[in-house]
Design a binder for this molecule. Structure first.
Ligand code: AMP
Length: 189
């Protein structure tokens, strides 16, 4: 049987993280756990929790660390995660990263992958995509928020010797292959 693989994936907006996460989860046969998707589903269902989450999401703010960590803890207790998992969108803060380690232990995360695309490249991609909220200013603020909030989380995994930075500048296929290679190298190490 294939060894369970437990991954955490990071990337700036416009780095192609969503697409790569779907492909990687399929490739490794593990559940793709996206906190954004879990929250959007709760909003859709109109649960009390969903309504509370919506207020944060609409304001573009992060949910409190204990709340989102509770959501992930519950999800990771499901049987399907015995085959491993791929976390997408969590942890977003160092407190969340610490909560994750409390849930699964240091050995419970194999690798954190940072899909690295330089700021000028993602800026250009977002402009080409042309969503209404992709104004120069909005793009700049989102990228700045990512640097401030996520950089320390990447450092957290780097300190554990569990960070792989993968060059995300290339075609979807090229980047996918680089990520799979990188995971293979770390698994063999
Ligand atoms: P996403 O699709 O990952 O960008 O998530 C959409 C929204 O859900 C975010 O803007 C946050 O409001 C909320 N959210 C998702 N993941 C987290 C997280 N790990 N911590 C706090 N809030 C989150």
């Amino acid at each position: 049987m294939r060894r369970a693989i437990r991954l955490v994936v990071f990337g700036r907006q416009g780095a192609g993280k969503g697409t790569q996460c779907i492909r990687l989860a399929e490739h490794f046969g593990v559940p793709h756990i996206s906190t954004g998707e879990i929250l959007r589903a709760a909003v859709e269902e109109g649960t009390g929790f969903g309504l509370k989450a919506k207020a944060y999401m609409d304001a573009g703010e992060l949910l409190p660390d204990d709340v989102i960590s509770g959501v992930v803890d519950e999800r990771l207790r499901k049987d399907d995660t015995r085959q491993g998992f791929l976390l997408d969108g969590f942890p977003r803060t160092v407190a969340q990263a610490e909560a994750l380690i409390d849930m699964v232990g240091e050995e419970g995360v194999d690798l954190a992958i940072d899909i690295d695309v330089p700021i000028p490249v993602v800026t250009q991609r977002m402009k080409l995509r042309g969503r209404d909220d992709d104004t120069d200013e909005a793009i700049r603020v989102r990228l700045e928020t990512y640097e401030i909030e996520t950089r320390p989380v990447l450092d957290f995994f780097d300190d554990l010797d569990k960070l792989a930075v993968v060059d995300g500048d290339g075609t979807e296929e090229e980047v996918f292959e680089r990520i799979v290679d990188s995971i293979g190298r770390h698994a063999a190490a």
